[in-house]
Write a protein that binds this ligand. Structure first.
Ligand code: 2NL
Length: 340
């Protein structure tokens, strides 16, 4: 009986399908049974030998078997697909209740940090914090500061001159000149900011750097006041005693003028590129404001006197953080910046 044979094949195939564990296995069963040389096809050939009466029930049995087997394949395939999806969902599961990373916090540049500290210190001492243009006139940058025409700072080698006769400020003094004009005496002010010099760049020279200048104008201001404020400033910055030395120094805008040097904090005085092997770093030029400078800004030097100083913020930050190459400061390298 061919129907029985078909039914046996159907049962066997259904259990093979049921037992299959992979898609590949399922495919090989499909080839075995439904393929061109498969076992079901084999029955079709036998049909030729059947009588017409035998053919109808055998055909029905064959069709039923084909349908059942096809349904079983379909449902097994669906089961495989469901399982694959379940496994994917399992492995790709994320916990949506975890807190987000949030924005990566940035940090202040070492120069900015020192600048903010100095601004806070001087604010607490009654000084105004002033800002001013980076492109200046020759008058504010040089003439008003008693810097003579033949002074080397005016040379092309030292100053970035613009084609219109203006220049990139070489110090923040022009901000103080503007401050004297605007505020009038008595006054206390500091002027932090970016300045520019036409320098050959090396580990201790940059064309762009930061400084803060400060000035106090009042009645009877003396070198004693100057020294008091400079000591207050340095102990606040270094949070410890630093060795200093005071030498006479010449600056056209002060008289008398001083060079205040500190013992090099990088090499502890033994000599390094930053202190040019001397063990000392020029840190704080200062002095009493020159009468000509006061007069040019409409302050009567007979009535008023003042002290002034200029502090290199960039060099100070290098001292504070032990940075031995000034080029790192403007380099924008995140490996450097993210350390602060
Ligand atoms: C420097 C310069 C100093 C001043 C700057 C100053 C400004 C005015 C009047 C008088 Cl408007 N003085 N500034 C005074 C002494 C020294 O230093 O290049 N420092 C890094």
């Amino acid at each position: 009986m061919i129907e029985r044979e078909i039914s046996k094949l159907q049962t066997a195939t259904l259990s093979r399908i049921q037992a299959a564990t992979t898609l590949e296995e399922l495919e090989s069963i499909r080839v075995d049974v439904l393929g061109r040389k498969g076992s079901l096809g084999h029955f079709s050939k036998h049909f030729l030998k059947l009588t017409p009466e035998e053919r109808a029930p055998a055909g029905r049995a064959l069709n039923t078997a084909k349908e059942e087997i096809a349904r079983a394949f379909e449902s097994k395939e669906r089961a495989f697909a469901d399982e694959a999806l379940r496994q994917r969902l399992e492995s790709e599961w994320i916990d949506l209740t975890l807190p987000a990373w949030g924005p990566r916090p940035g940090s202040l540049h070492p120069v900015t940090r020192i600048q903010v500290e100095i601004e806070e210190l001087f604010s607490s001492l009654g000084f105004a914090v002033l800002d001013g243009p980076e492109v200046e006139t020759e008058y504010y940058n040089f003439d008003a500061l008693n810097i003579p025409t033949e002074h080397p700072a005016r040379d092309m080698q030292d100053t970035f001159w613009l084609t219109d006769g203006n220049l990139l400020r070489t110090h923040t003094s022009p901000v103080q000149v503007r401050g004297m004009e605007k505020l009038g005496p008595p006054l206390r002010m500091i002027a932090p900011g970016r300045v520019f010099r036409n320098e050959e760049v090396d580990p201790s020279h940059e064309h762009t750097f930061y400084q803060v200048e400060g000035m106090m104008v009042d009645r009877d201001v003396s070198v004693a006041h100057l020294i008091y404020f400079m000591q207050t400033l340095l102990s606040a910055i270094f949070k410890r005693e630093v060795k200093v030395r005071l030498r006479p120094g010449y600056f056209p805008f002060v008289e008398p003028g001083f060079e205040l040097d500190i013992h090099c904090l990088i090499c502890n005085g033994s000599g390094c590129p930053v202190c040019k092997q001397s063990g000392w770093v020029e840190l704080l030029p200062c002095g009493l404001v020159h009468p000509n400078v006061l007069r040019m800004s409409s302050i009567d030097p007979e009535q008023w006197g003042g002290f002034a100083f200029g502090l290199g913020l960039t060099r100070l930050a290098m001292m504070r953080y032990g940075i031995d190459d000034i080029r790192l400061m403007q380099g924008g390298d995140l490996r450097f910046l993210s350390q602060f």
